[in-house]
Design a protein around this ligand. Structure first.
Ligand code: B4P
Length: 192
């Protein structure tokens, strides 16, 4: 199994690049952001609670996202591998993912970290907000809260995988295709 974590701050290009990586390597895409937005669209209790937090730009509780990932892993045990997009976002989530994957004998192979400066992130998200109307992309103060949440709670997750010698940093600024090729080189390097 090829299990990859795609990592980076909000707007770094995780969703954009995940779609391409899924096609190239035949992996299943697990985006906690997408799963949460599906719960919101379905009007579930979980979705309503998550929406309040997401609209403020703060993370939803670990137990919620870990439970969502666990149930997806259980229902797709014959997968060739997974690309985890936007998960893990805290050390507790990373430890839970390691435990879940070790149970299946297929730990994370590598973490691909997209590196993008804050001004570029804010500009990208404001543009997406204007195009899509997504609530958490439309207000600059909410975007800055998301970046602060990332720096405080999520950035340390890179250290967790660095200690396991699995962290691979890739420049996330430039043409989408060039960034994709750089990511593929890293995947091919860690897949052998
Ligand atoms: P996500 O849906 O994961 O939101 P994101 O980080 O903004 O998405 P992403 O990074 O994939 O966007 P992309 O760069 O592709 O999470 C939303 C919220 O859900 C969080 O704030 C949190 O509240 C909650 N949540 C999710 N997972 C959680 C977890 N595990 N624990 C707790 N809470 C969780 O795209 C951004 C824009 O940049 C796009 O418009 C794209 O076109 C553009 N872009 C991409 N690459 C580009 C490039 N190279 N050049 C120019 N523009 C580019």
């Amino acid at each position: 199994m090829l299990n990859i974590v795609l990592f980076g701050p909000p707007g770094a290009g995780k969703g954009t690049q995940s779609q391409r990586l899924v096609e190239r390597y035949g992996l299943i895409h697990l985006s906690t952001g997408d799963l949460l937005r599906a719960e919101i669209a379905a009007g579930s209790v979980l979705g309503l609670e998550a929406k309040k937090l997401m609209d403020q730009g703060v993370l939803v509780p670990d137990s919620v996202v870990i439970g969502m990932i666990e149930s997806r892993l259980l229902t797709q045990q014959d997968a060739r591998g997974f690309i985890f997009d936007g998960f893990p976002r805290t050390i507790a989530q990373a430890e839970a993912l390691d435990t879940l994957l070790n149970t299946h004998g297929a730990p994370v192979r590598c973490m691909l970290s997209l590196v993008v400066s804050e001004p570029e992130l804010v500009a990208r998200l404001l543009k997406r907000g204007a195009d899509s109307g997504r609530a958490d992309d439309s207000d600059e103060s909410v975007i800055r809260t998301r970046v602060q949440e990332y720096e405080r709670k999520t950035a340390p997750v890179a250290g967790h995988y660095h200690k396991q010698n699995k962290l691979r940093e890739v420049n996330g600024v430039g043409a989408i295709e060039e960034i994709f090729q750089a990511l593929c080189r890293e995947v091919d390097g860690c897949a052998v």
